[in-house]
Design a protein around this ligand. Structure first.
Ligand code: FE2
Length: 82
C-alpha cells in the first residue's frame, strides 16, 4: 500500500509540474505558483512514504509497534488541551 501511495505521489508531482510549465508557457504566473506549491506538497508526501518504507525495511514488523509507543509517549507528555 505504501509503495502504491508513493508511486501516486510521484505521478501527481509530475502532473502538477507539467501544468506549472503549461501555465508558464501561457504567462499565468499565479496559477504556476499554485501548481508549484502542489508539486512541493507531493514531493514532501513522497518523501514521507519513502521514509516509512525504508523504516519498515530496516526495522521490520516491530516498526509499527515502535510508532505506537512513540505516539503514546508524545500524548502522555503533551500539555493539556484547554
Ligand atoms: Fe499527496
Amino acid at each position: 500500500m505504501l509503495e502504491i501511495a508513493r508511486n501516486m505521489e510521484e505521478q501527481s508531482a509530475k502532473d502538477y509540474n507539467k501544468w506549472a510549465n503549461e501555465c508558464s508557457a501561457n504567462s499565468d504566473s499565479i496559477s504556476k505558483q499554485l501548481f508549484e506549491g502542489l508539486v512541493a506538497d507531493e514531493e514532501r508526501h513522497y518523501a514521507q512514504y519513502d521514509a516509512e518504507l525504508d523504516n519498515i525495511a530496516r526495522f521490520g514488523a516491530n516498526y509499527l509497534a515502535l510508532q505506537s509507543i512513540e505516539r503514546s509517549k508524545a500524548a502522555s507528555t503533551a500539555p493539556p488541551v484547554k
